[in-house]
Design a binder for this molecule. Sequence first.
Ligand SMILES: *Cc1c(COP(=O)(O)O)cnc(C)c1O
Length: 335
Amino acid sequence: MPDFELPPRLPLARLPTPIERLDRLSEHLAGPSIYVKRDDLTECACSGNKIRKLEFLLADAREKGGDIVLTCGGIQSNHARATAVAARRLGLDSFLLLRGEEPAEADGNLLIDRLVDAEIEWITPDQYSRRTELFADRSRRFREAGRRPYVIVEGGSDAVGAWGYVLAAMEIREQERELGVRFDWIVSAAGSGGTLAGLLAGKALAELAGEILAFAVCDDTGYFQTRAGSILRELTDRFRLPLEIPPASDIHVTDEYKGIGYGLATQEELETLRMVAALEGILLDPAYTNKAMHGLIAEIRRGRFLRTGNILFIHTGGIFSLFPMKENLLRAPPR
Ligand SMILES: *Cc1c(COP(=O)(O)O)cnc(C)c1O
């Protein structure tokens, strides 16, 4: 493995997460072997992929003397929730810019934000698109009040946060050895691009043979190729990693399965969620992992992958956003 130095990290996640073969789903589809990496088991209230990024981001916050962490997201943001909870585990405060109007009832991730007493400011989609300015302004106000703010960008997707998935790729390489399996494809959902960028860097550093495939849940293929490329460039510059940045066209992203919009799900998508739950006892989330799984199943049915191949699906978490969707979920018949 090439020589490089890891940035500071706090051990906040329960690692390594297990890899399991989805026997019944693989058999049902009569295609490649599908395995799942259980990053939904990284923690309880901090579960999902964001805590891997927060191990590095909050270590950086600590090193810089931060006492309040600012971040942003949608109403049901897993990232905002994981940040708010992880901050408390370190004795820090959090301030969340959430996009939308305050709902009458706090459910799912928002309930948890409330339980850990995160400070929340509700902002419009227009304000959200200018969030960098907003962060600068709110940071200035906190500093004037004697606080030491630390800003974490959307999804924790920058060069520091991406380290979480550089390490995850190394973990996967180790587990390939233990299990005696080589994954041909490593699949995950993409929302802000940090997981994808980290996996790409980790693939190069750990010499993973498999290709990384991302299913966009918002924006489009070109956006994620550019975004992942720029996070990779930031990683190589800032941490002097010996990486070659792949050309955008070599980064595998599909935007065909993002459906009717961010955080929304069609009945057809929810049938996939119920099918996987009923076959495997694995709960996907409507905003990310189920879109990726719905897309993966469609691509398997189209014959995109070798029947003898091995696919590793990264379950990036999101369980709490199931609850606000309960009515739609129960309308989708199980298959
Ligand atoms: C944020 C998130 C993703 C996407 O990860 P990015 O690094 O933002 O692309 C996938 N799944 C879940 C459950 C998430 O919360």
